[in-house]
Design a protein around this ligand. Structure first.
Ligand code: PEP
Length: 256
């Protein structure tokens, strides 16, 4: 069965000292249940120290929030998969709606980055999700399926098994508005069915599909108890131990 995951996305927040102190508060405070995983997506400056600070707990891992699709070269300001790997980072968040919108990352560019991450031996957290306009027009399922198709559905079975999916409706990110548990479950089920159609049932059942969009301690238990919601990708509430630790605690234990 699949892993239950609480992933934090710090975005562009925290000085070096504040960030490392938060990593330590989380790794020391987390009471990780069997079958659960915590992933902290920190800015680049924290990654190396964060990997070291969490190395004693194999249920806490570190993610970068982006990387470049090329292996090396004249790409000023960019970070390669090899560089991330060289400091022990294991995950990379890709396709976040903020990268898609503010940095004009297309489905094709995201697909290239996914492949680069997998080729380098790291694991991608692939984000997808629709805008409020698309949701209101009622074609969000089709839109998200198209993101899956163009972002990750041409991967080999072996590579696809390493992907974590995060469904993050843009209208719920950083807005305080959360998808209802039913809304989350509906689209997570659609995503899982699409994986089963593209690959097979056993791969679909083993894929962790996280919900993202204003997850907080008050709504995490109900969201995470939906059949096809395997945890969350959390922005704002991952910036404080007092709000992220209860979210970690909301993950159901899973014994395979
Ligand atoms: C995110 O940025 O991935 C996110 C879900 O943010 P928030 O939890 O703040 O809505």
């Amino acid at each position: 069965m699949r892993q239950k995951i609480a992933a934090g996305n710090w975005k562009m927040n925290k000085t070096f000292d504040d960030g490392i102190s938060l990593v330590k508060d989380i790794v020391n405070g987390a009471e990780t249940k069997p079958g659960t995983l915590v992933i902290l997506g920190t800015p680049f400056i924290h990654l190396k120290e964060a990997v070291q600070a969490t190395s004693y707990n194999d249920q806490v891992k570190i993610a970068a929030q982006n990387c470049h699709q090329e292996t090396k070269g004249a790409y000023t300001g960019e970070i390669s998969v090899e560089m991330l790997k060289s400091i022990g980072v294991e995950y990379v968040i890709l396709g976040h709606s903020e990268r898609r919108e503010y940095f004009r990352e297309s489905n094709e560019r995201i697909a290239e980055k996914i492949k680069a991450v997998l080729a380098g031996g790291l694991k991608p957290i692939f984000c997808c999700g629709e805008s409020l306009e698309i949701r209101e027009e009622g074609w969000h399922v089709r839109y998200v399926k198209n993101q899956l198709k163009r972002g990750i559905f041409d991967l080999s079975e072996e590579d696809f098994k390493k992907v974590i999916i995060a469904y993050e409706p843009i209208w719920a990110i950083g807005t305080g508005v959360t998808a209802s548990p039913d809304q989350a479950q509906e689209i997570h089920k659609e995503i899982r069915n699409a994986i089963a159609e593209q690959y097979n049932d056993s791969i679909a059942n083993a894929t962790s599909i996280l919900y993202g969009g204003s997850v907080k301690p008050a709504n995490a238990v109900e969201l995470f108890s939906q059949a096809d919601v395997d945890g969350g990708l959390v922005g704002g509430a991952s910036l404080k131990a007092e709000t992220f630790l209860p979210i970690i605690d909301a993950l159901p234990a899973h014994i395979s």
